[in-house]
Ligand binder design. Structure first.
Ligand code: PMH
Length: 384
């Protein structure tokens, strides 16, 4: 097993991933399967381990954003279907075909270019419909028809059709409803023209949890698989009991008593109000713990203590309530004693969403995978 030489690590509870996949599977109608969305290194959790766990727990397929991410999973020996959700260069389509990786398409010229390349293996494709996200996809029946006409090459296989919701996590569902309606208009026209079976998938975590009966053949389950709510609105609906998989920890590497009136860290933005115990922790903005998090709490000995002074590239300082020995555990995200710091608390403080918090913890922090309370795998910088 890989090892690492720093006292800062992310812990990923694979049992939580398993629980979340199984819970969604139980909740969805039998006809609806699951794409485990493991793009962006599994939302920062580690793509290979999460993918393997999700597939072993009931997901049938994987979704990523980039061809590079799909190839990484294939290289790790994963043979399950993988769909690339983003745009891939036409010149790289033969590589996708060679590795049996499914691509997303929505442009006529993209298909025309792909067809000009030499490749033997069948290229499996999913057509993207833009029903109101405004990002990628065809928006009209005419555009869709033009794409279907270009699928006249026996090497191209249309396996699926999908769209993506922009606001299924919100209180006001007007935009969601408009997208569903547009999807059905396009679907009717599609079915008149295309007589072969295709897989339909529309829902992200929010839509699959709120509208399980509307979910067609598959859902694309991302944030919920990691045990995090898509939004406060969805969390408050309490549809599925999700278990967060991600926690972030470090240890005190230096502890000292600082005289009243002394300053701490760059810019001298914090001055001790009395004689204070100050601890130094080896986590910084190069690890993803951004400077904006100055002032937020950490957990030490089950108690909350604030980060004081500017967060440096590799280290930060915490105001302690008493002396603690070097090596004392510091929890930034997760449970310690009776208290817990949730990803959502960090997101609120940083004025962002939970998705961004787990994604921002950088490659420099080792990922330690835990199953049944035992460490089963470690990924760190030398194994990338
Ligand atoms: N499908 C597509 C096309 C996506 O882009 C995403 C997430 C998902 C499914 C999964 O969504 P969920 O995590 O809410 O379940 N994409 C993004 C994104 O582009 N920015 O934030 C989340």
């Amino acid at each position: 097993m890989e090892t690492y030489y720093r006292d800062t690590w992310v812990e990923i509870q694979l049992d939580a991933i398993k629980h979340n996949i199984q819970s969604l599977n139980d909740y969805l109608p039998d006809k609806t399967g699951i794409y485990a969305v493991v793009k962006a290194n599994g939302y920062g959790h580690g793509d290979i381990q999460v993918a393997k766990t999700a597939l072993a727990s009931g997901a049938q397929a994987l979704a990523v954003s980039l061809l590079d991410e799909a190839l990484k999973l294939r290289k790790a020996g994963i043979s399950a279907p993988i769909l690339v959700l983003g745009w891939v260069r036409p010149c790289d389509a033969p590589l996708a075909a060679a590795h049996n990786i499914m691509l997303t398409f929505f442009q006529e010229e993209w298909l025309q270019q792909v067809k000009q390349y030499k490749f033997k293996e069948r290229l499996t494709l999913h057509m993207k419909w833009d029903t109101g996200m405004g990002r990628i996809g065809v928006r009209t029946i005419e555009e869709m028809d033009a794409l279907l006409t270009e699928l006249d090459d026996p090497r191209l296989h249309l396996q699926g059709v999908f769209t993506h919701f922009a606001s299924a996590d919100e209180c006001n569902l007007a935009h969601y409803t408009k997208q569903v309606e547009r999807f059905h208009v396009l679907l009717q026209a599609f079915c008149r023209r295309w007589k072969y079976p295709v897989e339909l998938h529309t829902g992200n975590s929010a839509a699959s949890m709120r509208f399980p009966e509307q979910m067609h053949h598959k859902v694309r389950f991302g944030i919920g698989m990691y045990g995090l709510p898509p939004s406060d609105v969805v969390k408050d609906l309490q549809l599925i009991q999700l278990q967060p998989a991600f926690s972030l920890h470090s240890k005190l590497i230096h502890v000292k008593k600082v005289e009243k009136g002394e300053s701490i860290s760059y810019g001298a933005t914090y001055t001790t109000e009395e004689n204070e115990w100050i601890g130094t922790v080896p986590l910084g903005y190069a690890d993803g713990w951004m400077r904006k998090l100055q002032g937020i709490d950490v957990l030490i000995n089950g108690k909350r203590m604030p980060i004081v002074g500017r967060i440096c590239m590799d280290q930060l300082m915490v105001k302690l309530d008493q002396f603690y020995p070097i090596g004392t555990k510091v929890t930034f995200i997760g449970k310690q004693g009776d208290d817990i710091i949730k990803v959502e608390e960090i997101a609120r403080y940083a004025d962002t969403i939970n998705y961004e918090i787990t994604c921002m913890i950088s490659y420099r922090v080792p990922r330690v995978y835990v199953e049944n309370d035992a460490v089963v795998q470690v990924d760190h910088v030398t194994s990338y």
